[in-house]
Design a binder for this molecule. Structure first.
Ligand code: SF4
Length: 464
């Protein structure tokens, strides 16, 4: 348990001092911020749009039982095979069985955070399959054997030079500083993979209950090719992706693009409702949808934090979070980083192991303000802190609060403690920062404000 927290602190300390890292993140986010604000202003009323989106997600999540069945029935009616996975292990097994039954060798995959969540690539590679990420950012981090740095921008922490060096080392290409050339290098490799892949694996941005379709938004066309070229398509999605109606996309597609990348709309927006139908000229011969729970229903059962399931994974809360902007995505050690990751990871992976994430917040509320579906993120972080203490109070905290209660309940002890504290504070400069300093870790980066010269009672007596 402590290992995760210690590793988080170690990485955070290292990266907050790394000016190059900070510079790369700030540069990437400056560009995003400028376009996001411009695009937001094209909405007639951004706040009203947020409210409408929050209510639509509320409807979908609070009637998940009904909408999921409707979604699955509609998909099945057009020949899609729908699978239900209650956890990561089941989902991996289902997908492996599909792939093995097709005697497939290679899999082309578009961006899917749910696949990261269940460590699907590792499982498939262990079973002997070749898995190639087709999203450019994901392709880059896969070559570096890293996990995505950010939900939307997986390679945000890398410069053009880093990518050029990587491509030279791994793909044998000539060094270049041109983004276009770097894209073309990746494209040449990936085109071949699309043609030879047996299976296309995707995630989904939304699942439309009314029509039984999944919606995928992207900018590179890679998800489209992953879905269209291989004979078998598998989509893995969390059950919270549900939207009740097709027309809801009219709000959610521009909203996701605006909050996610600052675009009015992403370049490619596709809907998949089943395998190729008679008379159709393209599309997969077989289509499987795997619906993943993986403790989402436990979060659903929590009326206080259920709205965390409204998340559309736009990444806006990460982009505005002062902690994320300094410590970066990998420091969290989780699939979902930033404020939303700190809220949901304790639900998905255990509160005690991941409670330190809720402390990694200044509680400034910028995340809540940025969230397009109005998730009350910073209050959920506070609730996680409270729940962690209620579930397993820390020894130090328990001792501190008991002592505090003992002191404030006895006026004579309170007066004595205040006198000792004032005296100790006078001596503090002599030991400040040394091993003898009991507040060393606190005073290293903060001031210890002086206690008042006299108590309120003394002041009142003098005044009279
Ligand atoms: S919590 Fe809100 S802002 Fe953060 S990723 Fe999810 S939808 Fe976007």
């Amino acid at each position: 348990m402590r290992a995760f927290a210690q590793e988080f602190r170690r990485q955070a300390r290292k990266l907050t001092q790394d000016l190059r890292h900070r510079g790369l993140i700030q540069t990437a986010l400056r560009k995003y911020e400028a376009t996001r604000d411009q695009t937001k202003s094209t909405f007639q009323d951004w706040q009203a749009a947020r409210q409408a989106a929050a209510e639509t997600k509320w409807e979908g999540i609070n009637h998940l039982d009904r909408y999921l069945v409707q979604f699955a029935d509609n998909l099945a009616a057009r020949g899609t095979k729908v699978h239900w996975a209650s956890n990561g292990e089941q989902a991996r097994r289902i997908i492996l069985e599909i792939i093995q039954s097709k005697q497939a060798r290679s899999i082309i995959k578009s961006k899917a955070m749910t696949a990261e969540e269940i460590h699907l690539n590792e499982a498939l590679e262990e079973a002997g399959f070749e898995v190639v990420e087709s999203d450019l950012g994901e392709f880059i981090v896969q070559l570096r054997k890293e996990t995505p740095y950010h939900i939307v921008f997986p390679a945000m922490h890398l410069s053009r030079g880093d990518i050029s060096e990587l491509f030279t080392r791994e793909l044998g290409s000539a060094p270049t500083d041109s983004p276009e050339e770097l894209t073309m290098i990746a494209r040449r490799v990936l085109r071949q993979k699309y043609i030879t892949a047996d299976i296309g694996l995707t995630g989904a941005n939304f699942a439309i209950a009314e029509t039984g379709m999944i919606s995928i938004t992207e900018n590179e066309g890679n998800a489209r090719l992953s879905a269209a070229l291989p004979k078998v398509m598998i989509s893995l999605l969390g059950i919270e992706k549900i939207l009740p109606r097709l027309e809801d996309l009219a709000l959610f597609l521009p909203m996701l693009a605006t909050a996610g990348t600052g675009q009015a709309l992403t370049c490619y927006n596709s809907l998949y409702g089943g395998p190729r139908q008679p008379g159709e000229t393209d599309g997969p011969e077989e289509f499987h949808v795997v619906l993943l729970d993986n403790r989402r229903t436990e979060l659903l059962a929590d009326p206080e934090q259920r709205d965390a399931l409204h998340c559309i994974r736009c990444g806006a809360c990460l982009n505005v979070c002062p902690i994320f902007r300094n410590v970066g995505g990998h420091t969290y050690g989780t699939t979902y980083s930033g404020p939303i990751g700190s809220v949901i990871t304790p639900h998905l992976r255990g509160l005690q192991n991941w409670k330190h994430l809720s402390q990694a917040s200044s509680l400034c509320g910028a995340c809540t303000e940025a969230c397009p579906v109005k998730i009350d993120l910073h209050h959920h972080l506070l609730q996680n802190r409270r729940n962690a203490v209620a579930e397993k109070p820390g020894r130090v905290e328990r001792f501190a609060f008991r002592s505090y209660a003992a002191v404030v309940n006895r006026p004579w002890l309170y007066r004595l403690t205040a006198r000792i504290a004032r005296l100790a504070q006078k001596c503090h400069p002599l030991i400040k920062g040394t091993r003898l300093d009991p507040a060393r870790s606190w005073t290293r980066t903060r001031d210890l404000p002086p206690l008042a010269r006299q108590t309120f009672k003394q002041y009142w007596r003098e005044r009279r």
